[in-house]
Write a protein that binds this ligand. Structure first.
Ligand SMILES: Cc1cc2nc3c(=O)[nH]c(=O)nc-3n(C[C@H](O)[C@H](O)[C@H](O)COP(=O)(O)OP(=O)(O)OC[C@H]3O[C@@H](n4cnc5c(N)ncnc54)[C@H](O)[C@@H]3O)c2cc1C
Length: 369
């Protein structure tokens, strides 16, 4: 069987599928394939907590911050579009995030100045307001900062991206790429365990595994996996509608009877898939200091995932300088769910040469890729 496409995307996480989705929305006649490793159940896209949180942890308005902020602004429309294109329903909440003031220690005034300078709306809730609006929070939180961040169920979003992309005619091959057929600086075909897939253009979006594929292309992609252990506990939907983060913990409400996700560790231990009971307990204990009802909540699930972390922690997105038909979108590290809509627009713009200007801070050229 001959398999030939205008665009071949390697990586079946939110990044790969969202590029396929956007390309087909912009040019329905384009032929697009997504190749994803079926054995890889550790992908970040299904492991994430789905927090869309550019504000709480940011103190500088650099290009990365702007990109994430733009992406958050695109989210409501992105979710509506996904649902309307047959993706199924995706839980998305704009209730916002709460951050206990103690999280900021001596940085409180700087943080408020930063919000003011960037015109980021916020509210400061005094303890009495916290008791009224978010009674699940511990009294020890003191005053709390509210910011207009958002929350998505990333597993539903990943499934929706796949479903909507397929409904629009994207071919999905559950195959692992093991090599490439090259003609000098041109990729002629991706080789999988089931045969060849030819493309005019290729996108490398294989998350933490991008470096392994880069190696086959003789490219040294400076990306490593940062492991995160997580869990989900059963808590009634009405206990808390806000995402809570700061103080070395976070609680992400998935609601809809699915409970709350508690995260997460940041471990530089390679592709180690182990889940450790004592680590999970420590996550629950830490989160329960802020939301006490989590302490006795039934444990529903535990898991591990790998964040794709580039050396300078900024995503690697753009055209390759080494291969004339290769693009990268990888290294989205801790905020890849947040970056998904803006990243998809950006990559589709570059691939279709529709006037999108390359963002130098994210350019593969900074690593001579
Ligand atoms: C524990 C945890 C919590 C997180 N929480 C958040 C959060 O709250 N908010 C947020 O914005 N971000 C969060 N992130 C980050 C976010 O999940 C990632 O940045 C994002 O999912 C990266 O998506 P991706 O598609 O690039 O990679 P992945 O989802 O890892 O997908 C990589 C894909 O490449 C495929 N692949 C690998 N090798 C091959 C091969 N040889 N051939 C073919 N396919 C291959 C895999 O099968 C997979 O489909 C979190 C991540 C983790 C791990």
């Amino acid at each position: 069987m001959e398999r030939k496409y205008d665009v071949v995307i390697i990586g079946a996480g939110v990044i790969g599928y969202s590029i396929a989705f956007r390309l087909k929305r912009l040019q329905p006649g384009l032929t697009v394939a997504v190749l994803g490793d079926p054995a890889n159940s550790l992908m970040a896209s299904r492991a994430a907590a789905g927090m869309l949180a550019p504000y709480g942890e940011c103190e500088r308005a650099d290009r990365f911050f702007e990109f994430c902020r733009e992406s958050l602004e695109k989210y409501p429309q992105f979710i509506r579009e996904l649902e309307s294109m047959g993706g199924g329903s995706v839980y998305f909440s704009q209730a916002g995030s709460l951050i206990p003031s103690a999280h900021f220690e001596g940085r409180w005034n700087d943080q408020i100045r930063f919000f003011d300078s960037q015109k980021i709306p916020y509210e400061i809730w005094e303890p009495a307001q916290v008791r009224e609006k978010a009674p699940a929070l511990s009294e020890s939180c003191g005053k709390v900062l509210w910011v207009p961040e958002a929350q998505v169920n990333n597993r539903q979003m990943h499934s929706a991206l796949k479903k909507a992309s397929m409904a629009m005619g994207v071919s999905v091959w559950n195959e692992s790429v093991t090599g490439f057929r090259l003609r000098e600086n041109h990729i002629a075909a991706a080789l999988t365990d089931a045969g060849e897939v030819e493309g005019d253009r290729y996108v490398l979006s294989a998350g933490s595994w991008s470096a392994q594929l880069g190696k086959i292309l003789n490219i040294s992609l400076p990306i490593k996996p940062i492991k995160g252990q997580m869990c989900r506990v059963a808590v009634e939907d009405d206990q808390l509608k806000y995402t809570v983060h700061g103080m070395l913990t976070y609680v992400a409400p998935w609601r809809e009877g699915l409970g709350y996700v508690i995260g997460s560790t940041m471990e530089d231990r390679g592709f180690d898939p182990r889940i450790e009971a004592e680590t999970i307990q420590a996550l629950i204990d830490k989160a329960a200091e802020i939301v006490p009802c989590l302490k006795s909540a039934p444990l529903l699930e535990t898991w591990t995932g790998f964040r794709p972390a580039p050396e300078d922690l900024a995503p690697i997105m753009g055209k390759s300088g080494r291969y004339d038909n290769l693009f990268y979108s990888t290294g989205h590290y801790r905020n890849g769910i947040l970056q998904t809509p803006n990243q998809a627009d950006y990559l589709a713009g570059l691939i279709l040469q529709s006037g999108t200007r390359e963002i130098s801070e994210f350019s593969p050229s900074r690593y001579q890729l």
